[in-house]
Ligand binder design. Structure first.
Ligand SMILES: [Zn+2]
Length: 289
């Protein structure tokens, strides 16, 4: 399906963009982090009625049980030159809010119907090598996981998107520790010292080239799930890439310098694994892989 077709079927009016802007703000602030979210088994369900269903995230992905499928190519158009990126300390993780036109933050193809827009990306990480990511592969966690949160262009308000099973799409990218600093993550680290306290924010001086962080050339798993922070709405198509990226110990140390609202270091900010509940996890192998 051509990009021009997608644009012609999704004409966005000015007032709708305004609503999305408000949605963006709400998504940024929707997860008033509560430590209990990370302390299983599922305290989120008690706090969020919307989390009581059967398509929760994150999950333990079993490659042997994933159903291998062919899907249209997953495509993006993140126009680094034309968007704004702002780092925020939201008290439970770092988050980069992305602002720009639909055409400059676009995701489509793969398991998705229609086009999505990138709203923000944020990170989950741990204090040691055995944990940090939200998803696991065969029970194994990675050091951390970056989530790229997109809204379906069909829905122009927060309420609508969160109420629909296809409201959001999140790309999950694992990371491990390696010898070299990741050059794109370095652009976030550049201003991280301005964001040590909860509520602080700083414009990125060098925009992250988002396409360089996401391992699009590799395989990915996809399934229907939920947000992993309150309100934990079951509105998310997950796309979790198989190949991890690498960041350096110094970069992880910078993440672990951020503080929450009580002055405590932010770390181990992941939700416990949730039951699969019979859902199908599909594996899309990239032919170049
Ligand atoms: Zn997340």
């Amino acid at each position: 399906m051509s990009l021009s077709f997608l644009y012609s079927t999704c004409s966005i009016q000015i007032h709708q963009i305004f609503k999305i802007s408000k949605f963006h703000t709400k998504l940024s602030g929707m997860a008033d982090w509560d430590d209990s979210v990370t302390k299983g088994p599922d305290t989120c369900t008690l706090k969020c009625p919307k989390a009581a269903g059967k398509r929760k995230s994150p999950i333990d992905i079993s490659p042997n049980h994933a159903c291998e499928v062919m899907l249209p190519e997953l495509q993006t158009k993140y126009n680094t030159e034309k968007i704004k990126q702002k780092l925020q300390n939201v008290g439970y993780c770092w988050k980069v809010v992305t602002e720009g036109k639909y055409n400059d933050l676009a995701l489509w193809g793969g398991p998705l119907q229609g086009q999505y827009k990138l709203l923000q990306y944020h990170c989950h990480w741990g204090d040691n090598k055995t944990k940090g990511s939200e998803h696991a592969i065969d029970g194994q966690k990675y050091q951390g996981e970056i989530h790229f949160v997109h809204i379906n262009n069909r829905y122009c308000s927060v309420d609508k998107a969160l109420r629909h099973s296809d409201g959001l799409c999140v790309l999950g990218v694992f990371f491990n520790l390696g010898c070299k600093a990741n050059p794109e993550i370095a652009k976030i680290i550049d201003v991280m010292n301005k964001c040590e306290a909860k509520g602080a924010e700083a414009k990125l001086e060098r925009n992250v080239d988002i396409s360089q962080i996401i391992p699009f050339s590799g395989s990915y798993y996809t399934y229907s799930g939920s947000l992993t922070t309150p309100p934990c709405s079951e509105c998310t198509t997950w796309i979790v890439f198989e190949d991890p990226i690498q960041i350096s110990q110094d970069q992880l140390d910078a993440f672990n310098s951020l503080k929450d609202g009580t002055g405590k270091i932010i770390t181990n900010n992941f939700r416990p694994l949730m039951p699969l509940e019979g859902r199908e996890v599909r594996l899309v192998r990239n032919s170049n892989h």
